[in-house]
Design a protein. Structure first.
Length: 291
């Protein structure tokens, strides 16, 4: 697969994920948080496992091990997001989760002790200023949901980095399927411990679960490791910066969410920081891949 095709697939995945915030909020009107995670990823695993059963039978232990780790990270990511959406908007959640692309190069710097380049420093500063404008109210108070979404972005960054390694060392299709199964299993376990598992009681609840399962999870999290194998984690993170744009668009079209002027300025600064922080790394990645 060519890099350009892989990145267009990642853009399609990002579009699906941008819509997921709205469907998660709708789903939470019918079922509890861990229950939603269990159904979302459980149904996605059953569908993809049935479609690719013959291929899945060839799974080796390394793929299952990576799948369990990525599934746990997915569970952490969406636990933060689903609980966060109770006290913040879909637009805020989408923009704050986009801080993933800031955390990805920062983790590389901290783990591999690489010198921080100027564009990264500028990008981080812009993003944190934008994050403040987006999330702080007149009393300088950050809502709990905003904090959880930022924590989700940190988990997401770790997830992207590990996926970049795992996709090159194991079967990427099987990896994408097994991570769904493990994420659903963790959700079901916690639902039994802290909630009472149930199925959606409304039509809107079922629609939300099916869209989250089939479109956002079965398609999104199976295609991501397949496509990411042909690009870099930094490029992947930059493409995922489009997610808050799609989230805000879906929030505006279907939930009638409108940000105040300060929020739009903050959101623009977050996206600007995302692009600036990764500009040098993306350019190097293109040169390495093309050369």
């Amino acid at each position: 697969m060519k890099r350009e095709k892989a990145e267009w697939l990642l853009i399609a995945v990002t579009l699906c994920w941008g819509s997921s915030y709205l469907f998660m909020q709708n789903g939470l009107n019918s079922i509890d948080e861990f229950n939603l995670i269990a159904l979302r990823f459980g149904f996605a695993f059953l569908v993809t496992a049935a479609l690719f059963f013959k291929h899945l039978r060839k799974t080796d232990f390394r793929t299952i091990r990576y799948g369990a780790l990525l599934g746990f990270l997915l569970f952490c990511i969406f636990t933060c997001i689903t609980f966060g959406l109770k006290t913040t908007t879909t637009s805020n959640a989408g923009f704050l989760v986009s801080l993933t692309v800031i955390f990805v190069p920062l983790i590389y710097v901290l783990v591999f002790k690489k010198k921080q380049h100027l564009s990264l420093i500028i990008g981080v500063c812009l993003s944190f200023i934008g994050m403040g404008l987006l999330t702080l109210n007149s009393q300088l108070h950050i809502y709990p949901g905003d904090v959880l979404c930022i924590l989700s972005a940190l988990f997401y960054a770790v997830y992207i980095i590990i996926t970049g390694t795992a996709a090159k060392k194991s079967d990427s299709l099987n990896l994408g399927i097994w991570q769904l199964g493990f994420a659903g299993a963790f959700g079901l376990l916690f639902s039994f411990i802290f909630e009472k598992p149930s199925l959606p009681a409304t039509l809107n609840g079922w629609i939300s679960i099916l869209v989250l399962s089939l479109v956002c999870s079965a398609f999104g999290f199976v295609v991501q490791p397949l496509a990411q194998k042909y690009t870099t984690p930094t490029r992947t993170g930059l493409i995922f910066a489009l997610e808050p744009v799609f989230a805000a668009l879906f929030g505006f079209l279907f939930a009638h969410e409108i940000l105040p002027l300060r929020g739009y300025i903050g959101a623009a600064l977050v996206l600007l920081g995302v692009v600036v922080s990764d500009w040098r790394g993306s350019r190097k990645s293109r040169e390495q891949i093309m050369g």
